[in-house]
Design a protein around this ligand. Structure first.
Ligand SMILES: Nc1nc2c(ncn2[C@@H]2O[C@H](COP(=O)(O)OP(=O)(O)OP(=O)(O)O)[C@@H](O)[C@H]2O)c(=O)[nH]1
Ligand SMILES: [Mg+2]
Length: 429
């Protein structure tokens, strides 16, 4: 569902406005990021206004003097849109629009707009729509007023009718949210069932996380290309592209290594700073996949000179969605653009370039070191009437040698700790 006024961002000329609260270190980057978000919506950024403050102005977000300065600025630049770097409250939005006599939007609208454009699966579309409606609900009054202004003003005598209409709109939207959430729940249920099934297989889960456009999907594709993804048929690759939020859904692939070791690799939505609260809530089920990982690969765009800030943003977002205490390794990607010798492997990190496929083997080795730590090397003697154990181990363990002796099959192998415990009775050394 579109916003009621059907405001089209494409080809608008915008001025960005940001408030730097108590000298935030990442403020400059967050303004740059806002510009990138605007461009991703097809908006042309023509100017910028910032203000240092200790706390925001409740009624207008920026100080009243700044509102006047902003009026002069946007008119001088012939802009027709003003974009604020934070989510504005319904009354701030209303006051600003009426004092500035210009269309005002905030960071949240931009992000929701990009998500709406990118959502391909039904689940992602529903999630975005719920977030949009929830953002809209408390802001209906302002939207209606600005609509009234655009059509030349609603006369006083129509006011009663307008309010009834507003109540109707509100009820309709609430009903819509309920209906969408219901549909979403059934999709989420399906996915959770799949996840439970996967869990029963007890394969380790490795999740790619990081700032949007860092190269997560490219790393996933490089691994699929090299090690294949088991099960089903057809193209297993995921969508990768040079744009913000190319991926909005979670994909899971079974990566099969050569020695009967395999793990599940998941690729998911990328992060940006100040992800809107409603969006995080709507995408909760998508993000839950990350929370259940055994290992996170934090993918970093090393060619971005602000990469340290991007790391911080990702770490803060992970904390916000409640992902803590999962072992994490860093994959500094796009090193081909940064002129660094690659691959370089350290204890918890690797420098690589996924697009030209440099460092993929080394990345896999590093992952193996993390997730197959509990593998035990041993010998087992399995009686001939227990043939199913031999086949199980041939499928799930790394069998180095097989000998047939009088008492049974003698296997030299490396297996998971849990399989070792399970078949302890057959262990001979
Ligand atoms: N030069 C270079 N480009 C890369 C490398 N890895 C990825 N890219 C490019 O970076 C862009 C983004 O890659 P994606 O894999 O889609 O990034 P992502 O992290 O999945 O992004 P989102 O899904 O938007 O969060 C694509 O155009 C890739 O081709 C690399 O090692 N070197
Ligand atoms: Mg992606």
């Amino acid at each position: 569902m579109k916003q009621p006024e059907q405001f089209e961002l494409l080809e608008q000329r915008a001025v960005l406005v940001g408030v730097n609260l108590n000298h935030q270190q990442d403020f400059d980057y967050s303004m740059e990021e806002l510009g990138n978000l605007a461009e991703a919506c097809g908006v042309e950024v023509v100017g910028q206004l910032t203000q240092n403050m200790e706390r925001v102005n409740k009624s207008h977000y920026i100080g009243t003097g700044k509102v006047e300065e902003l009026t002069g600025l946007y008119r001088g630049l012939q802009a027709n849109l003003i974009i604020f770097n934070d989510e504005l409250s319904p009354s701030q939005l209303r006051n600003l629009e009426s004092d500035l006599e210009c269309k005002v939007i905030d960071r949240t609208i931009l992000i929701l707009d990009i998500f709406e454009k990118r959502a391909k699966t039904r689940e992602a579309q529903l999630q975005v729509e719920v977030a949009q409606l929830q953002y809209m609900l408390p802001r209906l009054v302002g939207l209606r007023e600005s609509l009234g202004r655009q059509s030349g003003g609603v006369g006083l005598k129509n006011r009663g009718a307008g309010e009834t209409k507003l109540e109707l709109d509100r009820r309709r939207i609430e009903e819509k949210i309920t209906a969408l959430n219901k549909e979403l729940e059934s999709l989420v249920f399906q996915r959770q069932t799949q996840r439970k099934k996967r869990k029963k297989n007890e394969l380790p889960v490795v999740s790619l996380v990081g700032y949007t456009n860092a190269g997560k999907s490219t790393i996933m594709n490089a691994m699929i290309e090299k090690f294949g993804a088991a099960g089903g048929s057809g193209d297993k690759s995921v969508f990768e592209k040079d744009m913000l939020f190319a991926t909005l859904e979670t994909s899971v692939r079974n990566i099969q290594l050569e020695d009967n070791k395999s793990f599940l690799l998941t690729d998911t939505v990328g992060f940006v700073s100040k992800l809107p609260h409603h969006l995080v809530k709507a995408f909760r089920s998508t993000l839950e996949e990350v929370a259940e990982a055994d290992l996170l690969i934090h993918v970093v765009d090393y060619a971005n000179e602000k990469y340290e800030q991007l790391i911080q943003i990702t770490e803060n977002t992970l904390k916000d969605i409640g992902v803590t205490d999962i072992p994490t390794m860093f994959a500094y990607n796009k090193c081909d653009l940064a002129g660094r010798d690659i691959p370089e492997v350290n204890e918890n990190s690797i420098y690589l370039a996924a697009k030209p496929r440099i460092g993929i083997d080394e990345l896999v080795e590093l992952i193996k070191g993390f997730i197959f730590k509990d593998y035990v090397r041993c010998e087992m003697l399995i009686p001939y009437d227990q043939g199913q154990v031999v086949s199980y181990l041939n499928e799930h363990a790394d069998v180095k040698a097989t000998e047939y002796e009088n008492e049974g099959t003698r296997l030299t192998l490396e297996c998971r700790q849990m399989d070792y415990e399970k078949y302890r009775e057959f262990v001979i050394e």
